[in-house]
Structure formats: structure tokens, C-alpha cells
Write a protein that binds this ligand. Structure first.
Ligand code: SF4
Ligand code: SF4
Length: 376
């Protein structure tokens, strides 16, 4: 196992994510505890010392299952991460009762790592609203030793990330972002990475395989990679990409079966960063994959002053692209929920004024209508 230094700790470069544990009868809330315990045992034996759970994973059962699985090991032999579920605004103002309940569910007296979960457009105002007392409470838990390291995870835009950092960056010891060779350009993950470097905050990675998309590439892309490194599997390239980025500390992979876990652990036996040509080839493959699905908006903003509805067209198209590429998911609906109704795709009246000036000749009104359909 590769280990990464973080303050005075040595963290395994690969952490076990627990959002997609094996389940019984396809029911998300029924975790297969026996199989989970087998996976944790294998991970522990092979040097994984970082385990990441959250209040909402598996309808609240991930914390319980991981608590049970890890109870078999001395407390100091693993690092457990949990998160405050501010992705649901109803939880704001309840940080104390949720934190106490999380400790009970996991059967521990402290969390090694604790994150403010999913900072995004929808909840940034609430996270920054001091009357909820979230940050104040968490800082107190850090002082009294029930949180060892405090951080945050972010699904919001660069601007949202920046707002959060301007307010709380001085307290944050790590940040979890979605980073992979698709999102490097597509979701501008590299800009967030740079921002975090400016704050000297180490990066934890979620979605290294983009929800499994990078485990199976189109045949031509897989062939091109095989020509560069015949011994490397397709999913391993996603991890080699991350091993190339210096600020990346822990990479979390949500392993939903034993074989996946074994393969990921094998990849982490050795660090094999990419050279420039290999890095470039991956970005080329990513560009081609995105191009097949996404609209080529360059965010030039020529269109926005022509929209009678004053829609932020490039931002909406960026969310549309994300929604199409992912094939649905929570990201776009969550970001849209932060907008007033008259600024959402449904407010487009199909006048076409924007299309007359778009240098990319994007059929914007069609995209807005399709977006509305896809969100139903
Ligand atoms: S077609 Fe829709 S997005 Fe384009 S200018 Fe008209 S209202 Fe705005
Ligand atoms: S004019 Fe076209 S390319 Fe430019 S921001 Fe608008 S939609 Fe995007």
C-alpha cells in the first residue's frame, strides 16, 4: 500500500468509500454486513487505514455497518471519517444531536476526520449562517478531541468553493472534491485544485472512476491506453492519473464488491504516476468522451445580454452537460434548486435570440426544453 503523509499521520493512499456497499435484494438500506465485514478485513490486511462514511449513505445504515465492521480492530489501527449532512437544509441547526447520534451509530468516541458535507449552491448561505452554529460546534468538538481533523467536501462551483474558503478556509485541514480525468476540464476540477493549493489544503478525491464510467472506456480509447502501458487495466489509469497530482492525499473509491476492492488495492501497491504523453492521452480521451454528449459552450457569454428572461445560459448549459454526461444524478437538480424559478431552464420562452449570436451555433432553446424534460 502506498502511504501519504498528512500532518503527523500516514494515511493509505486508497481509502474505502462506503456509499455503494454490497446490499441484499437490491435494497439500498439493507447492507450485506457479512460481505462488508469480509471487505473491511481484506482492506485492513492490505494496509487500507482510511474509512469514509456519512449520515445519508445507504439510508443511514452505512455508519452502522461500518461501525460494526471496524469494531473488530483496535481503534487506533484505522481512521474513520464521517460528515455533517448539510446537503439537507432541514439538518441545519441540529449539528449537536446529529453528531452525538453519529458517534453512537458508529460505536466510537471520536471521529478521526469529520467533514462539512457537500458544500454547494443550495446550502452555502446556510453553512455560512452563524446563527445555526454549525462551525462553532464543530470547532468545539475539535478542541475537546472528538474530531481530530476538520474538513469539507464540495460539489459546488468554483465560486461557491471560494466563498466557503474565504469564510472558513483557516479552519479547514483537508477538502474532498470530485476529481478524475473527465472532470479535470469538464467540471474545471483543476481550478478548484489550484484554489485549494493556494489555501495549502490537501485534497481528498471522491468519484475517481466517475461513478464507474472510467472503468469501461470505448474500445478505441482502451486500445490507445494499452499501447502505452500494456500491463495496466482500464480502471487503473484513473488511479494513475490521480497519483500524478501532488496535492492528492487520499483517494476514496466506493467499492461495491470484493473483486473491485482487490483490483483497486493491487493498483495501490505501487505508485506509477503518468508521464506527460500519458497524461495528455487521458485528457484527449476525456475530451472525446465529453464531446460525444456535451454541447460545446465556451462560456463566452455573448448570448446572455440577448436573453429577455435574463437566464444565465452558460451556467445552465454547463449543468445540462453534466446532467447528460452523468445520465441523471443529483448534481444538476441540487444546483438548480438554489435558483429562483424564473432563472431555471423552464423559464426559457424559446425566442431564439440567444441562438442568433452564439458562435458555437448551439440550439439553446432545444437544450433548455430537453433539460426540463430530463428533470421530470
Ligand atoms: S431562447 Fe430561451 S435562453 Fe435563449 S434568449 Fe430566448 S428565453 Fe433566453
Ligand atoms: S453564446 Fe453560445 S458559446 Fe457563448 S456562452 Fe452563449 S451558449 Fe455558450
Amino acid at each position: 500500500m502506498i502511504y501519504k503523509e498528512f500532518q503527523d499521520l500516514k494515511l493509505s493512499g486508497l481509502g474505502m468509500g462506503t456509499m455503494r456497499l454490497p446490499v441484499i435484494n437490491n435494497e439500498n438500506g439493507k447492507i450485506d454486513e457479512e460481505e462488508t465485514q469480509r471487505m473491511v478485513a481484506y482492506a485492513m490486511e492490505h494496509g487500507v487505514n482510511y474509512y469514509d462514511t456519512a449520515w445519508g449513505y445507504h439510508e443511514g445504515q452505512s455508519e452502522v455497518a461500518m461501525g460494526k465492521a471496524l469494531r473488530a480492530y483496535p481503534r487506533e489501527s484505522y481512521y474513520l471519517a464521517d460528515k455533517f449532512p448539510g446537503y439537507d437544509l432541514a439538518n441545519m441547526g441540529h449539528v449537536e444531536e446529529i453528531f452525538e447520534e453519529q458517534l453512537k451509530k458508529c460505536g466510537v468516541e471520536y471521529f478521526d476526520f469529520y467533514l462539512i458535507h457537500n458544500v454547494c449552491e443550495m446550502n452555502i448561505d446556510a453553512y455560512l449562517d452563524e446563527t445555526y452554529g454549525t462551525m462553532e460546534y464543530l470547532l468545539r468538538q475539535k478542541q475537546n478531541g472528538r474530531i481530530h481533523y476538520l474538513g469539507f467536501s464540495v460539489h459546488g462551483s468554483y465560486d461557491v468553493t471560494k466563498r466557503f474558503l474565504e469564510a472558513y478556509g483557516k479552519y479547514m485541514e483537508f477538502c474532498q472534491i470530485q476529481l478524475n480525468y473527465i472532470d479535470w476540464d469538464f467540471q474545471d476540477a483543476k481550478a478548484k485544485l489550484k484554489l485549494l493549493e493556494e489555501y495549502r489544503i490537501p485534497v481528498w478525491v471522491m468519484e475517481p472512476l466517475r461513478g464507474g464510467k472510467l472503468a469501461n472506456l470505448p474500445a478505441g480509447a482502451a486500445e490507445a491506453l494499452r499501447a502505452l502501458r500494456p500491463e495496466e487495466s482500464v480502471p487503473a489509469w484513473a488511479f494513475r492519473f490521480l497519483q500524478t497530482i501532488p496535492n492528492v492525499t487520499v483517494v476514496l473509491s466506493g467499492m461495491s464488491n470484493f473483486e473491485q476492492m482487490q483490483a483497486n488495492i493491487r493498483t495501490y501497491e505501487e505508485e506509477k504516476p503518468l508521464n506527460e504523453a500519458e497524461f495528455g492521452e487521458l485528457l484527449k480521451i476525456a475530451g472525446e468522451m465529453v464531446q460525444q454528449i456535451a454541447l460545446p459552450c465556451t462560456a463566452c457569454r455573448y448570448c446572455t445580454s440577448h436573453c429577455p428572461q435574463q437566464l444565465d445560459i452558460p451556467s445552465l448549459l454547463s449543468l445540462y452537460n453534466e446532467h447528460c454526461f452523468t445520465g441523471g444524478g443529483f448534481f444538476a437538480p441540487m444546483a438548480l434548486s438554489a435558483l429562483p424559478e424564473d432563472k431555471q431552464p423552464g423559464a426559457c420562452i424559446g425566442c431564439g435570440s440567444c441562438e442568433a449570436v452564439c458562435p458555437q451555433q448551439i440550439k439553446i432553446s432545444e437544450a433548455m426544453a430537453d433539460f426540463v424534460e430530463k428533470l421530470k
